[in-house]
Design a protein around this ligand. Sequence first.
Ligand code: PLP
Length: 388
Amino acid sequence: MDYSNIIAKHIASIPRSGIRDFFELVQGRDDVISLGVGEPDFSTPWHIREAAIYSLEKGQTSYTSNLGLLSLRKSIAKYVSRFFHVDYVAEKEVLVTVGVSEAIDLALRALLNPGDEVIYHEPCYVSYSPSIVMAYGKPVTVVTKKEDGFSLKPEAVAAAITPRTRMVMLNFPTNPTGACATREDLEGIAKLCIEHDLIVMTDEIYSELRYDGEEHLSIAALPGMRERTILLHGFSKAFAMTGFRLGYACAPQPIIEAMMKIHQYAMLCAPIMSQNAAIEALENGTPSMEKMRDSYHQRRDYVVKRLNDMGIECHTPGGAFYVFPDISKFGLSSKEFAMKLLEQESVAAVPGTAFGACGEGFLRCCYATGFDDLKLAMDKIEHFISKL
Ligand code: PLP
């Protein structure tokens, strides 16, 4: 049977994730040091795991409300108010989702009409452009540059706005660059969104992972923005809970209601054990999170220094757990560099092009890897480039 005609055209047009493709090459190889998949090397803190275990022990194995457990939504509203300084009503402005991944999909599908343009900044997380296409939207890329520390400039956003623009998608700290937004840039972007009546979707999944004592600022907290912002956050990164598959969206009630409609038919609800664990994370998990963050901070400093010392230019990212060094001077494409590094030194890092065409000449290294392995990986990278 010829399957080429039975796959929907817009789905056939989207590529597979460049990260996954690369890591299929690595699977089953114990000799490889992975600076690859963006995942904490910590297990979920024990008290959070225990909350999931207790949930099962108590026989809490049912569906929950489509929106999520009200007790969890109350914890989310309290946490978001304390951490982001934005207030949401737990009963109707918070939706618990299966990871931020689902929340991105829901927000786009709930708001876009076919052909609506969505502005997003590249290099960026691999799902953004495909998720826009899956929602019948049109992705409009704004390239961020190494010279600006990969920050998003309001002028660049302004230049991308057209009469079809509906939404702006933000992600700070950014995967894969670790870039953080300044207040000034966020204010400039907010002003544009108000002037042009645009909705903002802000993916704040790395917001706890800020370094050098800097405080995170969400665009949702700026004057006039709460009413036009969908704030997405989750538990995967800061609480090391990737396998729990839990995230949430906070937004004005009509937006949450529209997202909930898709969620209730496509997903029904997030798993109750994960929801119970998430309450524990929000209520009592901050000290565990801070310990992990301090450890990432040390590793960031180590990796940035090692790369710069060996002659690979690497800006110092303000957040997340990635560095995005410039490898263009070695005369190999990002993919060639990553493949040769894997073949010759058994170190896996992701070619910058997995995060958009403008990632050519860069490599993403995730430093949420044990210190011994990080040191060995840096030694091996140094050895690799000495031969180029
Ligand atoms: N958003 C960004 C920017 C990410 O880097 C990731 C995962 O790497 C996700 C969303 C997906 O998060 P979740 O595990 O909550 O689905």
